[in-house]
Design a protein around this ligand. Structure first.
Ligand code: COA
Length: 384
């Protein structure tokens, strides 16, 4: 057993991968050799999903067939929504999505479900990716006893996703922002959710189980849940007076020992997150068109400056993305599910890679508990 213990596996290398890496020196996120931020600026989310799942950027024919498949599988199998409708009304959108992703496994052919070849995993990944938006939006509609909507693949992946969420023809600028959000969220090396998925995949369980594990991990406020918290913070600051109240808000939270969600990151704790830099540009563009957005972005800048001054911390992707999603009219409860839908692409890429050359994840522990205990006085085995 290798000596040494790193709480939270900090700085531990847990995989050899060709999927992605955080390049701290160059402040870049490399995805299969490309700069993720350049991808977000120049191509659309389905291209990035193809890059992740199939390993290369698609040519025209591949684009047509990939987008065609995303459209073909965008609806949900009959019965899924009926089951989700029976969940208690208080069920969160993220739990609804996690339940729905799990249900979908039941609609796969059992042989295909159990098949671990890259080709079989790719086919399942595309079906899961395609169904994410409908599961998110219609699952949430079902929980709230609202009628469901049919996906509209003619609007593109991001456009159809916004249509399903909002129930109206989406504004093209909002679609463009949303598409960039999806790309920013598509993949991020060994995030906790990806690690969870790789651990499950390493048991040779199926892709669905691995994606469900990722979804469970992503819900946490230290991970994907931070985008919702960031948006709620901006709504609160706006209520207190906007930019003029932002510094006092941050100081109050820090004095009370609270973390400001959307700041800090295990890997680039004291460096800017490249996705946050890109999405801040997106926020600036939104602010130019809308005074309400301007007020929020002014507050954003005060919050960021205060955190840099007080803690030396920079915004991570969730801070600007939380605000951007709020400004384009995505309900806050759906932020983390949106994140998950995009991350299906990255998680699937990791599962495909893990299962193509598998070794079971099975670390050891440093046991610090007692040993050789006798039973307590008077102890008798329970009757059950
Ligand atoms: C992401 C995160 C969990 C990484 O944490 P970590 O690697 O475990 O780092 P630590 O918790 O040890 O934090 C290191 C220091 O930074 C501080 N810190 C980290 N994130 C902070 C935040 N968001 N707000 C205030 N202080 C923060 C910690 O209090 C600690 O300060 P100290 O050394 O004075 O005690 C953490 O930054 C966090 O909780 N961020 C908010 C949630 C979030 O935005 N998550 C999305 C990540 S993409």
């Amino acid at each position: 057993v290798t000596e040494g213990f790193s709480p939270g596996l900090e700085n531990v290398v847990a995989a050899r991968t060709t999927v992605s890496a955080l390049d701290l020196e160059r402040e870049r996120i490399t995805v299969r050799g490309y700069d993720l931020i350049e991808l977000a600026r120049t191509v659309h989310f389905p291209d990035v999903a193809h890059l992740l799942i199939r390993g290369h950027l698609p040519n025209l024919t591949e684009q047509a067939s990939f987008c065609g498949a995303l459209g073909t599988h965008s609806g949900l199998p009959e019965g899924v929504i009926d089951i989700l409708r029976r969940l208690p009304r208080e069920t969160s959108a993220m739990d609804t999505l996690r339940t729905g992703l799990s249900l979908l496994a039941g609609w796969e052919d059992p042989h295909v479900l159990a098949e671990h070849s890259p080709e079989a995993n790719e086919a399942k990944a595309i079906r899961l990716l395609a169904r994410g938006p409908s599961l998110t939006a219609n699952g949430w509609r079902a929980i709230h006893a609202q009628p469901t909507l049919e996906p509209n693949p003619g609007l593109g992946f991001a456009g159809s996703f916004l249509w399903l969420i909002q129930g109206r023809a989406p504004d093209p600028e909002a679609v463009s922002t949303f598409d960039r959000v999806l790309t920013c969220y598509a993949e991020h090396e060994m995030a906790a959710s990806t690690f969870a998925a790789r651990v499950v995949a390493s048991t040779m369980a199926d892709l669905y189980g691995a994606v469900v594990a990722a979804c469970a991990a992503l819900k946490g406020p230290l991970h994907g849940g931070a985008n919702e918290a960031a948006a709620r913070m901006f709504a609160e600051i706006r209520m207190r007076g906007g930019a003029a109240a932002a510094e006092a808000y941050v100081m109050e939270q820090l004095w009370q020992g609270h973390r400001i969600m959307g700041f800090g990151h295990r890997v680039y704790m004291r460096r800017p997150d490249p996705r946050a830099v890109l999405m801040k540009e997106e926020l600036d563009a939104l602010a130019e068109r809308d005074p309400e957005a301007r007020a929020h972005v002014d507050a954003y800048e005060v919050v960021a400056a205060t955190m840099e001054r007080e803690k030396g911390l920079y915004p991570n992707a969730d801070l600007p993305i939380g605000l951007a999603l709020m400004l384009i009219g995505v309900p806050v409860e759906l932020f983390t599910p949106v994140f998950m839908c995009a991350r299906i692409a990255g998680v699937a890429a990791h599962v495909i890679e893990q299962q193509a050359d598998n070794r079971l994840y099975r670390p050891r522990v440093h046991y610090v508990g007692p040993e050789d205990l006798p039973p307590p006085d008077g102890f008798a085995p329970s009757a059950c």
